[in-house]
Write a protein that binds this ligand. Structure first.
Ligand code: GLY
Ligand code: MN
Ligand code: MN
Length: 483
């Protein structure tokens, strides 16, 4: 056996903080002390006293707890006799002593029901028993106020970052047995998430269908994202007047994401004019100019960590030009045909094939292809139309924006659509500004329409249908909010 090594940050309890103080631990030998002051004796003699008792609030299980228990049961059944280790992960360094905001590993969140409030460094362990597994969540217990951790550790000390729950409170909240992180051990034959390919695949495939709680969270994420899009549309005049208007779009959505949820589920794409043709345009440093289209791909991640992933493309002036409308409505046609093709029992890939059929047909009609649409759609020799829509039409969606990414191909792209699956439909057409294969009037136009779809027994439900989609609806939306 060996001790599980958990990073808690780069500062030991005897070291440092962010404002230049240092615990006067005699053994502290860190040479990087140029901006720190040792704690004087008077501080050390008084800092641990004069605090009210901590009242531990009784917690009842959160709504997600019974759902997470069922997920753990399914994982347990898939690995009889094996010890499974699912770490939450640790904060990632941004630079020097600054970290990115912590976000637990998606599988850990799925299996515990712990979302944005998860304590970094926690580890979920499945210990095999004759009947299945005993599951224990190892969490950093609270540190006594006499400890240097409490007052001197800027990365985990409660004096610095605020209180964390006691082990008993976590156990009651999540409905999982808890133990102190110091007690967790790894064994040579453990299956550890990320190290073990079978376990990594299994936790990814476990998320292919969503339970009722997850569907409710997806609906909440979509609703918050819709409010974020409304915020942007309502502020279009100010966005246009801002030199880096794309940043204003990103910032407006960020405000909504942070006030209504945990944050963005991925970096917002605010791509105006020709930037809309760059699929991952997240630099967002351009102007938003009347006459152009702006493509906005954004999603709110709610506190449970489920995220929406929605794209709308807006005419900045409020009205599409004829050519913009032609491209836009073709993309919408592709989306609608893909939606109509989606039903339980068909392959996931058939959604993409349906959308690509429309894209190939239309760009061939516009004279953009050196071959016919049928030739372009040939599996081996075709693909000429893909130049204008190089990405896939759909991906699973949930705790990760590209959820279930480690699922086997036969479970994913070649898999069968089932009730409870949540995925995007997101066709697009992108004519880059310097693409000489298209007439000049098309160049610099990029359109994507992305909706979040729930498959049910009776067919697909567009969770984002309330966010205006058709060209006419989009124009009416802007007229209503942006005046
Ligand atoms: N926003 C990433 C995607 O649409 O897949
Ligand atoms: Mn997407
Ligand atoms: Mn997207």
């Amino acid at each position: 056996m060996r001790a599980y090594e958990c990073e808690t940050g780069r500062m030991s309890t005897s070291e440092t903080d962010t404002t230049g103080t240092e615990a006067a631990a005699p053994e502290a030998t860190d040479e990087n002390t140029n901006r720190r002051q040792p704690f004087p004796r008077g501080f050390l003699d008084t800092i641990s006293e004069g605090w009210a008792d901590r009242a531990e609030v009784a917690v009842s299980p959160r709504a997600q707890a019974p759902y997470a228990a069922k997920r753990r049961d399914r994982l347990s059944a898939a690995f009889p006799g094996r010890r499974l280790v699912i770490p939450a992960g640790s904060p990632k360094q941004r630079s020097n002593d600054t970290d990115y905001p912590f976000r637990a590993h998606s599988a850990f969140a799925h299996l515990t029901g712990w979302g944005s409030d998860a304590v970094p460094g926690s580890v979920l362990v499945f210990d095999p028993t004759p009947a299945g597994h005993d599951v224990t969540l190892y969490v950093r217990d609270r540190a006594d106020r006499t400890t240097p951790e409490f007052y001197a550790d800027a990365s985990i000390g409660e004096f610095w970052i605020g209180p964390r729950p006691a082990l008993a409170a976590v156990a009651a909240d999540l409905g999982i047995t808890t133990a102190h992180l110091d007690e967790v051990e790894l064994r040579a034959d453990d299956l550890v998430l990320e190290d073990d390919a079978d376990l990594t695949r299994a936790v990814s495939e476990l998320r292919l269908t969503k339970d009722a709680y997850e569907v409710e969270q997806m609906r909440a994420a979509v609703a918050a994202t819709g409010r974020g899009f409304d915020d942007i549309v309502a502020d279009l005049p100010r966005i246009i007047a801002t030199p880096r208007g794309e940043r204003a779009v990103e910032g407006l959505f960020h405000l909504r994401a942070r006030t209504d949820g945990n944050g963005e589920g991925y970096d917002t794409i605010a791509a105006s004019g020709p930037h809309a043709c760059y699929l991952h345009w997240t630099r967002n440093d351009g102007p938003v100019v009347p006459g152009d289209l702006i493509l906005i791909d954004a999603g709110v991640e709610v506190d449970s960590l489920y995220t929406a992933d929605i794209t709308r493309t807006l005419p900045v002036s409020g009205r599409f030009t004829d050519i913009q409308r032609r491209v836009y409505e073709t993309v919408r046609e592709a989306a609608d045909v893909a939606f109509a093709a989606a039903r339980p029992g068909v392959t996931f890939r058939s959604i993409h094939e349906a959308a690509m059929g429309v894209i190939a047909q239309r760009v061939a009609e516009w004279g953009l292809l050196p071959v016919s649409a049928d030739e372009a759609l040939e599996a081996d020799r075709g693909g000429q139309h893909r130049r204008y829509m190089v990405h896939g039409t759909s991906h699973h969606l949930g705790i990760d924006v590209h959820d279930c990414a480690q699922a086997r191909r036969e479970m994913y792209y070649d898999g069968i659509l089932e009730p409870g699956m949540v995925f995007t439909i997101e066709p697009g057409l992108y004519f880059q500004i310097d693409d000489l294969t298209v007439p000049e009037e098309y160049r610099g136009i990029g359109v994507r329409i992305e909706d979040d779809i729930l498959m049910t027994e009776t067919g697909p439900v567009n969770l984002s249908a309330d966010i205006p989609r058709t060209a006419d609806e989009v124009e009416a939306w802007i007229a209503r909010l942006a005046s």
